[in-house]
Design a protein around this ligand. Sequence first.
Ligand code: ZN
Length: 139
Amino acid sequence: MAKPAETRTAGRKAAAKSTRSAAETEKIRAALAARHDELRAEYDQTLSEITELQRDRLTDSAGDDQADTGTKTFEREQEISLANSILERITQVERALERLDEGGYGWCERCGNPIPVERLAAFPSATLCVTCKQLAERR
Ligand SMILES: [Zn+2]
């Protein structure tokens, strides 16, 4: 008879609060990983648009008047701020994944209940369950 795997419980003490099932944790991890890939692709796309705008500016700016130059600068700034906000969301997802590994992710900061997987998938940075969120908004 094979010895049952004991290594799994070794490094991981169960939290004092109620625990999430391993299957649920995996579901959250998968949702976060999918979101991470999505954001990454979006970010790459935005970066290549910035590069393109930059190239346009360098190659065909000769015939541009002041207004054209202004529009292009504006477009580029828009893209850059979009890229920054995507990067921020990527960081949030990465932090969520780290906290998930530590067991500190996905719990409502207010009532301590687990935040539903669906909610975390939609809002990886959610720190309140729907009930508490609604209560907080009502004030
Ligand atoms: Zn709550």
